[in-house]
Write a protein that binds this ligand. Structure first.
Ligand code: PHE
Length: 456
């Protein structure tokens, strides 16, 4: 039982190739986190120093953890909850470790509820772009357009419902055919389009300023809170501590190298985030906009850039369509933890996807309302840390800054201290010697330090 812990015939569907897994994992990783969230949190946290901390978090904690999760997933061959159950049992460890799988599934579920609302924003933008509304538009006008959208619960609810429906649709049909086929085409297209946008950004005359903002660290702008945000985002953007990579790892063939594949996924994910920054900040500076504008950043700035480009309506439409697809291939992976678990318990995929999607949709309504009617409802004001945070802000904070780092810590402790090294080595091959000390010592210590500075 050194190589595997599952019985014959119990293995679920598999990706058809290493390429398919990479595209699915990249599809999960690349999403709103890269194109929407990364630029705006970088803007809010002062630029360069934040980016550097973020890159360090990806390399030292994110990547080793991704390898750990894919490894656990492939070894357990089940849903994240089922996988933790099995692997803990086969290692002779307490079933308490199943908590890691439960928390991951919960985090993914909570993320899905608000992710769907934001992904929904792309759809009215597709409509506006396609109808040529962005032609020559000013930053003031795009700002008004965006605020108008957020102020309208009905419109937000409509697009949130459509997006959740799309997610359920693919999830119900099984990941392999629909998703595998879609991501292998869409991810490369997104990459090319981002490069075109960076090319445009270079012509704004503010590219140098943007590059300096992103890459010249000013450590005086860095706070302990910013380090936590960078760490949380490293998990969020790589889809870690949410079961997604564990669930996808369960469908990975034995002969594929987990380490090399994870490196490719992490590099592509980071590349897309940096490219998004290089596409967006030149436009921000060229139009005298505020880099710390928050969640509206790309929805206000990019239409201005498109509005001035030749063929802008076309590219804008394409961009928001691709952003929608990037979000879609991520949201499916969020639902996978729960759907695969329910499926194991005998619920059909269709029922599991519809049921899970429905509850996430209901919870998502509280995010819709946080943006308008309930924008003054900040229930945890009595704690300084949560002051002024709406429900939506709280979901985001709770998942990215608390649940994910905690889940990561427990996962690192499990594979670094509770699992027999021979077992992880059997999955990771030659990379194990490098990976093991990192996940055993470096990752948990780094995580504890960040926690310490944020809790004291
Ligand atoms: N990685 C995705 C993004 O950056 C978000 C995600 C989080 C996806 C958790 C799956 C699980 O948009």
């Amino acid at each position: 039982m050194v190589n595997s812990v599952h019985e014959a015939g119990a293995r679920p569907a598999q990706w058809s190739s290493r390429f398919a897994f990479i595209m699915a994992a990249v599809g999960s990783a690349v999403g709103l986190g890269n194109i929407w969230k990364f630029p705006y949190i970088t803007g809010e946290n002062g630029g360069g120093a934040f980016v550097l901390v973020y890159l360090a978090c990806i390399a030292v904690i994110g990547l080793p953890l991704m390898m750990a999760e894919v490894m656990l997933g492939r070894r357990g061959g089940r849903s994240p909850i089922g996988t933790m159950e099995r692997v803990a049992a086969s290692e002779g460890r307490s079933q308490g470790w199943v908590g890691v799988g439960i928390m991951a599934t919960l985090a993914a579920f909570l993320i899905l509820s608000f992710y769907s609302v934001i992904a929904g924003w792309t759809m009215p933008y597709i409509v506006s772009a396609a109808s040529g509304e962005f032609g020559g538009i000013s930053a003031d006008d795009t700002g008004a357009l965006f605020e108008g959208l957020l102020a309208s619960p009905g419109e937000l609810l409509l697009w949130h419902s459509v997006f959740m429906g799309l997610t359920v649709l693919v999830s119900a049909g099984g990941v392999r055919h629909g998703l595998e086929r879609a991501v292998t085409k869409l991810m490369p297209a997104l990459f090319v389009l981002l490069l075109i946008l960076v090319g445009y950004a270079m012509t704004t005359g503010h590219f140098g300023e943007a590059a300096a903002f992103l890459f010249r660290p000013d450590f005086s702008a860095l706070t302990a809170e910013a380090v936590l945000v960078a760490l949380g985002h490293a998990f969020f953007t790589l889809s870690l501590a949410s079961g997604a990579m564990m669930a996808y790892g369960a469908y990975l063939k034995k002969e594929v190298s987990i380490a090399r594949t994870s490196v490719v996924v992490a590099i592509m994910d980071t590349g897309v985030a940096l490219l998004a920054g290089l596409a967006i900040f030149p436009v921000v500076f060229a139009n005298g906009l505020e880099p710390g504008a928050g969640p509206g950043l790309i929805f206000v700035t990019l239409p201005v850039a498109f509005g001035q480009m030749p063929g802008g309506s076309f590219f804008a439409t394409l961009f928001f369509v691709l952003l929608l697809f990037a979000a879609w291939s991520s949201s499916i992976s969020m639902l996978e933890s729960l759907v695969s678990y329910l499926n194991e318990k005998g619920v059909s995929r269709v029922k599991a996807a519809i049921g899970g999607g429905l509850v996430a949709w209901l919870v998502g309504i509280t995010t819709v309302l946080s943006l308008n009617e309930w924008s003054g409802f900040t229930p945890l004001d009595m704690f300084a840390r949560f002051e002024g945070k709406t429900l939506f802000d709280l979901y985001d904070y709770l998942t990215a800054n608390i649940m994910m780092p905690l889940g990561a810590l427990f996962t690192a402790c499990f594979v670094g201290w509770k699992m027999k090294p021979a077992h992880s080595a059997a999955e990771l091959g030659g990379w194990h010697r490098l990976w093991y000390p990192v996940i055993r010592y470096l990752s948990p210590i780094a995580l504890l330090i960040v926690f310490y500075f944020n809790l004291k």
